[in-house]
Design a protein around this ligand. Structure first.
Ligand code: UDP
Length: 254
């Protein structure tokens, strides 16, 4: 087997050169980090589950007309994606108070927000991802006002779509983080959804019990981390029960 050229290694994923120009292979690791790398660990099977969960969500979003970098899943841990120029922002969409918002404003976790809130953070490990405003983003040239308009519109559409999808399987989409990239095609540029969507980047709570089914179980040492990721996949109908071909559709909850 020929070794593919490694383009970039992040905390939870590795990007390799893809089979054709303009493509990359995104490999999902089991490594987990939190609090800007201060807490590190391994969540067994996380890479396999996040590859599947992100494939499922990106495919559904594509079908709903949201442009994404996703092409297809290649195997248990890898997916083929379009090569994009990543915009150095973490775009966080919040529906319910939790995490850093609760801390910043002294708002108890679980408080419903009057409307969905979009926040921007500058992607920088050295600076611990500082929160930034649209003024910083446009003044420092990380994105143009037009890019930001596109990003805001896409983020809100994605939030509406995913909130409904998760509610259908008994999960509350509390908040989540997205990354966007510029895709260049025939002299044209468009903003597309990139990176991944998984329990690493979303807060997902059981609708009835508010049980946390996401990375907060790792961040806060709540136990049952692997089981939580599996439960999300199971509810989405993408956790094979007796082998990889045993795939059910989503389970609708009353
Ligand atoms: N998030 C993420 N990567 C980050 C920071 C946050 O995926 O580097 C996600 C996180 O999982 C949550 C949302 O963004 O769903 C909001 O995170 P928050 O700002 O509350 O920060 P945290 O409490 O996770 O430090």
């Amino acid at each position: 087997m020929t070794r593919r050229r490694r383009i970039y290694e992040g905390k939870a994923k590795v990007l390799f050169e893809g089979p054709e120009p303009g493509t990359l292979v995104q490999y999902f690791k089991d490594d987990a980090t939190a609090f800007n790398n201060q807490k590190r660990g391994t969540i067994t099977g996380k890479g396999v589950l996040n590859n599947r969960i992100s494939e499922y969500l990106m495919t559904k979003l594509n079908e709903a007309g949201v442009p994404t970098h996703f092409v297809r899943r290649l195997n248990m841990r890898e997916q083929l994606v379009r090569e994009v120029e990543i915009i150095p922002l973490e775009v966080v969409i919040r529906n319910v108070a939790a995490g850093s918002l609760s801390k910043r404003f002294g708002m108890p976790e679980g408080t419903a927000l009057p409307r969905s809130i979009v926040e921007f953070y500058y992607k920088s490990d050295e600076l611990a991802d500082p929160m930034v405003s649209e003024e910083h983003i446009t003044a420092f040239g990380w994105a143009s006002p037009q890019d930001l308009d596109d990003i805001m519109a896409l983020a809100l559409r994605i939030n509406d779509f995913l909130s409904g999808l998760f509610l259908g399987v008994g999960l509350k989409l509390v908040d989540f983080k997205l990354e966007f990239g510029r895709l260049y095609e025939n002299d044209e540029m468009r903003i597309v959804l990139a990176d991944e969507i998984s329990p690493d980047s979303c807060r997902l709570w059981d609708v009835k019990t508010n049980e946390k089914l996401d990375k907060d179980r790792f961040r806060r040492d709540l136990g049952g981390v692997e089981e939580a990721y599996q439960e999300v996949a199971r509810r989405l109908g993408i956790l094979p029960e007796s082998g990889p071909r045993d795939m059910k559709g989503p389970e609708t909850m009353q």
